[in-house]
Ligand binder design. Sequence first.
Ligand SMILES: [Zn+2]
Length: 675
Amino acid sequence: MSVSIAIRKKAESLREQIRHHNYRYHVLDDPEIPDAEYDRLMRELLALEAEYDELVTHDSPTQRVGDAPISAFGTVQHELPMLSLANAFSEDELREFHRRVMERLELEGDAELSYAAEPKLDGAAVSLLYEDGVLVRGATRGDGSTGEDITHNIRTIEAIPLKLIGKSYPARLEVRGEVFMPKAGFEAYNARARAAGEKTFVNPRNAAAGSLRQLDPKLTAERPLDMYAYSVGKVEGGQLPARHSEIVDRLRDWGIKVCPERRVVLGVEGCLAFYKSIGERRNALSYEIDGVVYKVDSLQMQRELGFVSRAPRWAIAHKFPAQEELTVVEDVEFQVGRTGAVTPVARLTPVFVGGVTVSNATLHNIDELHRKDVRIGDTVIVRRAGDVIPEVVSVILDRRPKGSRRVQLPKTCPVCNSHIEREDGETVARCTGGLFCAAQRTEALKHFVSRRALDIEGLGAKLVEQLVAIGRLKTPADIFQLNATELSELDRMGTKSADNLIASINKSKSTTLARFLFALGIREVGEATAASVASHFGRLANVIAATEEDLQRVPDVGPVVAARVRAFFAEEHNLEVIARMQEYGVVWQESDPKVVAEDGILGGKTFVITGTLPTMTRDAAKDLIQAAGGKVAGSVSSKTDYLVAGEKAGSKLAKAEKLNVDIIDEADLLKLVSR
Ligand SMILES: [Zn+2]
């Protein structure tokens, strides 16, 4: 069936519109239409092309991922070599470059020499060949004279037009630029890969280069790649302007994306000001850069300056301090934070990176350490970007020495020797010695004396810090041994305020079990939970003796809180501090534990609740079960009698099925309790 002229025109018009909107979106960063409208145009074109095979052209915007995988890369001879640039690592080196340029051009004043300046992207250099405005070839830089043919992958990058827009472009135009992965795309890609247990990219540069060297363009299409053009190579059948900056502007007019940060600057001072301004914004830019590039803007001057060996005399890359360097892991230590979080830290052979000497780098957490397989003795890439804490990026496995040592999470806290606990599904391990641990001391004390806890008036945060600093307060028990004489000798503390403080310390000794439990600062145990636990158990000894299951019978105590309370009281160091406080006269009224309806209708039965119930919250269901004498546990085991399953029940349901646990729904539960 032949295609009518009207339909041909329709398809061509859709392509023109899509190209125009691509240009607005990618090049100008100023879309005219919402994404939904763009998608509609695209669908319309796809439908037409599906109906009439012969309408499909290789430069159609629908044909980005159409190419079949290749078995090997072809080679591309660059007609004009893709040169590398000389580098300046300091202001002096840049001034020296500028002086030589001035001298060769026999110029007198700075004002006579303008440079085109732009950020130096950290990606992969590419060459794009357009013939009659149609993209016909994409190539890597390779060794500068021979690159690899990556046309099939280049076509998948939406920022690269398959066809130029406008009319005045040369018949044959080679565009050069940098393909890169924006930081946000890089982070998102790695997050997804990590969640799927796949390999992550070390940095955006490797991500870009690796993505371009895929045999299957479908894989490249999944990578969030972008491109900025920065120059032209071979040009035939057309005239270009006489200045580099104007050529780049022209590329943009033809629909090719260029860096919005590019500027024309005057003389060496202009270069330095640009360097400083970009350097200050380096971390805020959406892409990685490793410096800035200055090119003599006049092509006439460029020709006069010529080349030395394989680098132009008219351009230089002014590098920022490297953000990644190699060094050796001498040891791995574990640091304990103010809240007890235990973090592995690599002790490194000192290395100059990101503008400072770095000798420690974080490994984030034990899972991350094991995922990266960092061992003592390894050579690693350490990264310091901006003000971010230096981190170990990856291990150079080739350089792993014999006798490198694996690192395990210690069983006890390196600061206070209390047990380290890590709950299921948590990445962070914590020291359980909350009352005792020097690393957690200041925070624990500030909480202990606060108004809703023991409420010791006159013992503020500043004074706590002061007393910790001089070693007078190690645990909350020490508070009750302070005396007025020593307090009055502190800075800004007279006899009168010392006496007042002792009085309020003494007053705080008479408290309630709820306040006392809250004051202990057990993670996740807020005022309300402390009050429920206190009223449920009545006596501190009962709380200390309670199992996780016992604890979960308290209203609003779930498995997580129960585990934390249990871990806290299982730590001897904490019990010692509590015993000392009681010895020093801290008291509260105790009472008999609440009688739990063991003989209720559900007495002796253990329930687990999972998923979303149709009418009630899980907490409400739990209250209902407990009121009828049943127990609610956090996980399914052979002791579970019933699993109450709602919508989206997951692994618990599967486990219950496996263990032949009775599975009931909300309606069944209501029947059970109303029997
Ligand atoms: Zn500790």
